[in-house]
Design a protein. Sequence first.
Length: 359
Amino acid sequence: MSAILPERAWQRAGATPFKVLMVDDSVVMRSIVERILDTCPDVDLVGKVATTAEAFAFLNAHQVDIVLLDHEMPSQKGLDALPDIITAAKGAHVVMLSSHCKRGSKVAVSALSMGASDAIEKPVRGQSGAAFGDDLLFRLRRLARSKGSGKNSLAHSTFRAFPSGFSLSCIGIGASTGGIHTLGELLAGLAAKPGVPILITQHLPDTFIPYYAQQVGRMTSLPVRVVHTGQVLEANAIYVAGGNSSLSCRRDGGQVRVVLSPDRDPITNTRPSVNHMFSAIAECYGDGALGIVLTGIGRDGTAGARKIVESGGAIIAQDRESSVVWGMPGSVTRAGLACANLRPNEMFAYLREQCEEWA
């Protein structure tokens, strides 16, 4: 049973509510979400459908900002339909809302790796309905606000010249919303072993990290390791930050070792922090440090990118068109720190052009 809901008469002058489509075969769950969203003048639940087939038909006729997609449904599971739903949504955020999306679950990480903007667990027995509603609204509003991030922001931006004679010694990759799927596109462009360590900070809760590392391992032939204090960074290996500490590093004679910091970044309040990681590789690797900023909400990475640039290193940022959210890459671009805005699958080819000894 599906429903197309009538437009509401909004009281607040100039308010443009963001539009949500809910795809869930549970009448009870649809009613719960409708009650939550119905009290909010900035949200418009424009449709409720029970199957993915109905979702495709709705999206063919209507433009929305966010799609809430369940996993367990008749005919076709949400995860199986997710890639086609993302295409049909025409730029809208797709959020998995399922009892299978517990923190760190395989379904949640799989959804994020396939391009979902978020994965939220349905309320469980004993959980406060108000707590679920507050969390749901916070996460939907955050995504809705991000849709306009970066619009018309390149008019006053300039790109830095790629450093002359650059000799690559370390790669740091920072990402947030949409970053898991995007990382796969980036690593697909890595045609050969890089000859340097690759460090990754992806904003995720700590419980997600083991499954995330497994996903990264499927994207590449390089070994993937979740970091621990004192670990020696080796060439041709990937190091993933945990969720409860920021990935930093220090020189120890001729080696570079991992240092973990439990503190939140004082600028962005993030943990793990891209700023921490970028600042550390700037200090340890100097003019051989390369920072890559992928899709994500906010501006984590900008302060650290400045440290890399000041050390003589280089920054590449994802372009707006391919980003789920052009917050983090847009921030470093507007700050004049990026050498280029590129699609993820173009970044390593660009680096090979700029760094002949690495090609």
